[in-house]
Write a protein that binds this ligand. Structure first.
Ligand code: ATP
Length: 607
């Protein structure tokens, strides 16, 4: 069947999310709150499954990653050290009339004729003002709409104009500026020319303690990563981990996004799953192993090796993360990749690859193919983060590496000199770029380079940073399928089925007694439910015709359905006794399976 159009498809998905209890607008009974979403019964299960699987993959299944659960509000110095207080801002433009803001890089072009108004005056009161406003007159709009906006704008801040019959004051200098234009300088709703682009900090501010003054300002964390850096020493000291190792955290983050949009894609409250994987600087690797491995920029480089520098580790984590997505049903074809260009990279970053998902609302390339939107960024961030916290807190973030100390002692003088110089240069660059005065920076960089020779360094980091909510939205979009299935009477009808991968499906199996008014069927169904429930999420449903119950579970994305019928009770002979029908959501095929085999069969498919 023909694919539904983008908007139509998103509308269907949003409506299914509401209808089936995946996602609700937050505070809906009060009209909602822009940029905030709640997860209903099915959504809560889906989200929990995704986070659990990430944790199991990144922490439990590895020896080299430890977990952390930190607070949302932290010492505000953390956000000064990280740069968020100064630079975590989007460039925004404001409508001078409605005060509504839009992200400067996201204004869509508006078509119309710009009209410039240069002021107004009231003949009766003598009030007058000279101030410019440009309004876009769109096709089909009457000139009076532009005049009304100009009057409203010119009256702002003037009690005289507002209290009097300001609609009566006369506009001066109404100049229609030629032809129809396509311009990104006008607010998409008000049609009024936007002000200059200005930075707007995205952090939510609050006050800690009873006094709301500048000294008690704190921030809701805009990312989970900084707590990992701030607790790096504590984790390193208590977990018995040695570099290379990682610290993982899942938790809430808050950003006062200027234009939350595309359903949950850009929210103001969301969750992140972040790993900070700490590695040795390349100079230390070269001292220990003789040279730093180079690996191709595509494909998995295999099991970690002692001679891996940042480039191999970065490539490794990109591919590990792609494997994760493939393992929950997002095939490579549904993903895209964006390697940041040198101009896009932060000054301290060595590389950053964004993994994209091709959402129905994504932009398209010249060939009309979906490009995709960021699901996760994997950045090689050098030693910037720990170095910043070392500088701002005055506490050492360095580690001592016995292997490096021993290896260094065996190097010839030329090698020592070249590694020292390289390390010195890198440290000097970081220090001067972050504003440390040159003489002081040189002294510090020299000390750092001497430290390297004694086996000490500040670890570098590779950061795979993923958003839970974006992933949930990707999984929902990916799962949504409309196909044809027979109804009760065998007539083909459109079936909506959420083809969630069994690993993350909200419920793994639904259990249906064929008839609810037959106690022996109900009893047996409950027995099967209780057998499976300790191991899997089970949904028990005895209401309505069996076909309708199947459809409900198809829409909920439950991959398996089990029906307990009279054969199960042995009413048609001993050979089918203690067997049930097991229905596959995607193929709709049913097979007879002994109850005793259900658990191993299902577990094998969902793990
Ligand atoms: P974008 O460019 O889309 O604003 P970002 O590059 O600022 O994202 P990061 O700071 O790298 O995002 O955050 C890591 C991940 O957190 C993102 O890949 C995304 O999955 C998630 N994320 C970031 N901002 C939001 C948001 N407002 N709503 C939902 N998820 C978000």
């Amino acid at each position: 069947m023909a694919e539904p159009k983008t908007n139509e498809l998103m509308e269907k998905i949003v409506s299914l999310c509401k209808r089936r209890g995946l996602v609700f607008p937050s505070s809906e009974i009060y009209g909602g709150i822009n940029g905030f979403w709640d997860y209903g019964p099915l959504g809560a299960e889906l989200k929990r499954n995704v986070k659990d699987l990430w944790w199991r993959t990144m922490v439990h299944h590895r020896d080299d990653v430890a977990g952390l659960e930190a607070t949302i509000i932290m010492a505000p110095e953390i956000w000064r050290a990280s740069g968020h207080v100064e630079t975590f801002a989007d460039l925004m433009r404001e409508c001078p009339l409605t005060k509504k803001r839009v992200r400067a890089d996201q204004v869509e072009a508006q078509s119309g004729t710009p009209i410039l108004f240069t002021g107004a005056e009231s003949k009766t009161s003598g009030w007058k003002i000279e101030k410019n406003i440009r309004v876009l007159l769109r096709k089909g709009e009457h000139i009076e709409t532009a005049r009304r906006k100009a009057r409203e704008f010119l009256a702002i801040g003037s009690t005289e104009a507002q209290s009097g019959d300001w609609l009566q004051f006369e506009l001066k200098g109404e100049i229609a500026e030629g032809a129809v234009v396509d311009s990104i300088d006008f607010h998409p709703e008000s049609g009024v020319e936007l002000g200059e682009a200005r930075p707007f900090n995205l952090m939510f501010k609050t006050y800690v303690g009873p006094v709301a003054d500048e000294d008690s300002v704190a921030y809701l964390r805009p990312e989970t990563a900084q707590a990992i850096f701030a607790q790096f020493k504590n984790v390193a000291d208590t977990s018995r981990q040695k570099v290379p190792f990682g610290i993982a955290q899942v938790g809430k983050a808050f950003r006062n996004e200027v234009t939350p949009r595309n359903f949950t894609f850009r929210s103001r409250e969301f969750e992140q799953m972040e790993l900070e994987f700490f590695i040795k600087p390349d100079e230390a690797i070269e001292a220990i192993t003789g040279s730093v491995a180079t690996v191709p920029e595509t494909g998995h480089p295999g099991e970690p090796q002692a001679n891996w520098g940042w480039q191999a580790w970065h490539q490794y984590w990109v591919e590990e993360r792609v494997r994760f997505y493939e393992g929950i049903g997002l095939s490579r074809e549904t993903l895209g990749f964006h390697r940041q260009t040198p101009a896009e990279l932060a000054h301290y970053a060595r590389a950053c690859v964004d993994i994209l998902f091709k959402f129905p609302f994504s932009k398209r390339n010249a060939q009309g193919e979906l490009i995709g939107e960021e699901l996760e960024g994997i950045a090689a961030r050098s030693d910037f983060d720990l170095s910043q916290h070392q500088r701002f807190s005055g506490k050492s973030m360095g580690v001592f590496d016995e292997e490096l100390k021993v290896a260094w002692a065996k190097l010839d003088e030329t090698k020592k000199a070249s590694l020292t110089q390289r390390y010195f240069d890198a440290r000097l660059k970081y220090l001067t770029k972050t504003g440390v005065e040159l003489a002081k920076a040189q002294k510090q960089a020299r000390e750092d380079a001497e430290g390297l020779a004694r086996g000490s360094y500040v670890p570098h980091v590779i950061e795979p940073s993923a958003g839970v909510d974006r992933l949930i939205l990707a999984l929902i979009c990916n799962a949504y399928v409309e196909d044809q299935a027979p109804d009760e009477k065998g007539k083909m009808e459109t079936r909506v089925v959420m083809k969630f991968h069994p690993r993350i499906a909200p419920y793994k199996v639904a259990i249906f007694p064929l008839l609810k008014n037959r106690p022996e069927l109900v009893r047996k169904a409950m027995e099967v439910r209780d057998l499976l429930r300790p191991h899997l999420t089970v949904f028990y449903d005895e209401g309505g015709a069996i076909g309708r119950r199947y459809r409900r579970q198809d829409e909920a994305g439950t991959p398996y359905g089990i029906t307990i019928d009279f054969d199960t009770l042995g009413e048609k002979g001993p050979e089918l006794k203690e067997t049930v029908t097991l229905r596959d959501r995607d193929s709709m095929k049913q097979e007879r399976v002994p109850i005793a085999e259900l658990l191993p069969r299902l577990l094998q498919n969902i793990r």
